[in-house]
Design a protein around this ligand. Structure first.
Ligand code: CTP
Ligand code: CA
Length: 218
């Protein structure tokens, strides 16, 4: 019965998922990072794979059980951009769950910066915006990590990044966001529909997103 109940509604589809926070090098031993654990992206990859999709996971973190998926490990926003560019060729959907750094050091020092360099000035430049740069004929899903004005900010990203769906994520809500095993999100669709989900395990959030993705793709 368990086998009969299992959904296989993404069979034949190729889905690219990004996970984790990028790391932008300062010198050979240091980087600028963020609090992303990669759990939401890994949950999405696992859910898509379990439902029959061919999954390409572009990630900065190791995934516990990635058997049956193609995993491309990256560190920086620039590497993630190149990996995603390659992975989306022929793909049906791109889900950008990764917390891509917005800033990176203008230059990374070739050797370890010694402590007597303090006070140290780091000059930061913008990273490429992957969702804005990667174009193609596939469903585009983004996340919006916000600490204020969640819905307004997420709606701007939905339009600005030409997305079909944005997952608005209040990273300050209890049990939600970076590092947690649960998440509190609102799904906002291109056509104006919205679905406010209760706090639930990241895997359950992932299954909800896959329900909508399966509908969009079939
Ligand atoms: N994103 C991306 N490339 C970047 C930054 C973000 O593709 N350089 C993606 C994220 O993976 C996410 C979506 O864009 O799916 C929104 O990310 P978010 O950080 O919430 O928005 P930003 O556009 O970076 O704006 P800000 O951080 O200033 O709110
Ligand atoms: Ca950002």
């Amino acid at each position: 019965a368990a086998v009969l109940n299992r959904k296989n509604d993404l069979a034949g589809k190729t889905i690219v998922v990004t996970a984790g926070g990028t790391r932008e090098p300062i010198d050979p031993v240091r980087y600028i990072g963020n609090r992303s654990s990669g759990k939401m992206g890994c949950a999405l990859a696992a859910a898509a794979s379990a439902r029959g999709a061919s999954v390409k996971l572009v990630s900065t973190v190791d995934m516990p059980d990635s058997s049956g998926m193609t995993v491309i490990r990256v560190e920086t926003a620039a590497q993630m951009l190149e990996a995603v560019r390659g992975a989306v060729k022929g793909a049906d959907a791109l889900i950008m769950a990764a917390a891509v750094a917005d800033f990176r050091p203008l230059t990374a020092a070739g050797g370890k910066i010694k402590k007597n360099a303090a006070p140290l000035d780091l000059k930061l430049e913008a990273t490429p915006d992957i969702l804005s740069e990667v174009k193609g004929d596939f469903i585009r899903v983004g996340f919006a990590a916000e600490t204020a004005d969640l819905i307004d900010n997420a709606k701007k990203k939905l339009g600005g990044k030409n997305l079909d769906l944005i997952v608005a994520n209040d990273v300050t809500a209890p049990g939600s966001g970076f590092g947690a095993d649960t998440n509190k999100v609102t799904l906002l669709f291109k056509d104006g529909r919205a679905e406010d989900l209760p706090l639930m395990p990241k895997r359950a959030v992932a299954e909800k997103i896959m329900d909508y993705l399966a509908t969009m793709l079939n």
